[in-house]
Ligand binder design. Structure first.
Ligand code: KG4
Ligand code: ZN
Length: 362
């Protein structure tokens, strides 16, 4: 049994958590999980401002750690290892988190473990449900879109990614172009509830190509063109907006469900002997009810057990970093503490060889 402190500051959440458990069995015990979001600081700018984020992390990290220890009723001396996110993410936040972890380690002699943020998401179903290796993972958030085959700590294969926008990013951009405000995803979902998904013909990008890679930029452009036509024709009614949101959401679901079906087939080819395989879904977009329903139905149809970790553990948090650190620590993988803004979770990705204009997203 090990107790690990996890520190996360790669984007706009300052988080610290204490987790106790055994790597071999999974299902850790979350002793505390403190998350400070920075929504208020960035709201006026319509997105995360890296310099503001870095400063806020530097100010709040020690508070988050102190609070995590207090809520767990532990002193630092009860901690076996300190896990910290070293990438991918915004460099200022990563540096702040690593400096905090190094300070704690220097003062106490507790060993450090470097954690890839995406591995933190990928191993969360082990923490929450003790999901057995190997399993298939779909990570859908504002920054990432990944299909991963998860075999063990440090042993992942990327079998699909986005070649342009992440799905959450597409939801946020659609919300912005329809003036729905933030947070974009939940606003689009709420509008879509009243809408007709079949009224506007929207594309299902890359479904005509083999493989599990996805793309959302063409879909987003198609939504913009419909909006422009409506505006030019006299303006958008609430019904128009609802129908457009419903159409966009249905297209996103169809793409992710269609590519998940392919990912499942690939997984079966890789592991023909795995009887009931796990299919885990995490990231903020996993909150979307229409997407969840589509993925649940698909998993049942394909004989996969679907696992949706509870939402606070799907979005960025310290517990996932503590758990990934716990598994790495047990495996003797302490890692390199250099901050890495770009840090692929799989070293030899089987997808994403052709890239979007800003490069492949990890
Ligand atoms: O995982 P997350 O909290 O943060 C990172 O991106 O790391 O994901 C946030 C993203 C945002 O883009 C947000 O719009 C999207 O998840 N999201 C949703 C929903 N709730 C959050 N997208 C669609 N439907 C939702 N209900
Ligand atoms: Zn994340």
């Amino acid at each position: 049994m090990a107790t690990v402190l996890g520190i996360e500051s790669s984007c706009d959440e300052t988080a610290a958590a204490l987790v106790r458990g055994q790597a071999a069995t999974g299902r850790g015990n979350i002793l505390s999980n403190v998350v400070f979001d920075q929504m208020d600081l960035h709201a006026a700018y319509g997105g995360v401002v890296p310099e503001i984020a870095a400063r806020a992390h530097a100010e709040k990290l020690d508070v988050a750690v102190a609070q995590a220890l207090e809520e767990a009723g532990l002193s630092l001396s009860a901690v076996d290892a300190i896990a910290v996110t070293v990438g991918p993410g915004l460099i200022g936040g990563l540096v702040a988190g690593i400096a905090c972890a190094q300070g704690l380690s220097l003062g106490s002699g507790i060993p450090l473990v470097a954690v890839n943020h995406l591995e933190g998401h990928a191993l969360t179903p082990r923490l929450t449900d003790g999901l057995a290796y190997p399993y298939l993972m779909l990570l859908v958030s504002g920054g990432h879109c990944l299909f991963l085959v998860v075999r063990g700590p440090g042993r992942h294969e990327r079998i699909g990614t986005t070649i342009d926008d992440a799905p959450g990013e597409a939801f946020d951009k659609v919300a912005r172009m329809l003036n729905l405000g933030i947070p974009g995803g939940p606003r689009v979902e709420a509008m879509a509830r009243e809408g007709d998904p079949a009224r506007f013909a929207l594309p299902r990008p890359l479904m005509d190509r083999p493989g599990c890679d996805v793309s959302f930029s063409g879909l987003k452009t198609a939504v913009r063109m419909v909006r422009d036509d409506l505006v030019a024709g006299g303006g958008m009614t609430d019904t128009d907006i609802a129908d457009l949101c419903a159409g966009f959401q249905a297209a996103t679901r169809d793409v992710l469900v269609g590519k998940s079906r392919r990912a499942m087939a690939l997984f079966r080819e890789m592991f023909p002997d795995t009887a009931e395989a796990g299919f885990a879904i995490a990231g903020g977009v996993a909150a979307n009810g229409t997407l969840r329903a589509g993925l649940d139905t698909l998993a049942a149809e394909q004989g996969f057990a679907s696992v949706f970790p509870p939402l606070p553990l799907c979005t960025d948090n310290g517990a996932m970093i503590a758990w990934a650190g716990l598994e790495r620590f047990a495996a003797g993988l302490s890692g390199d503490l250099t901050p890495r803004p770009r840090f692929p979770v799989a070293e030899n990705p089987m997808s994403g060889v052709w890239t979007g204009k800003r490069g492949a997203k990890v």
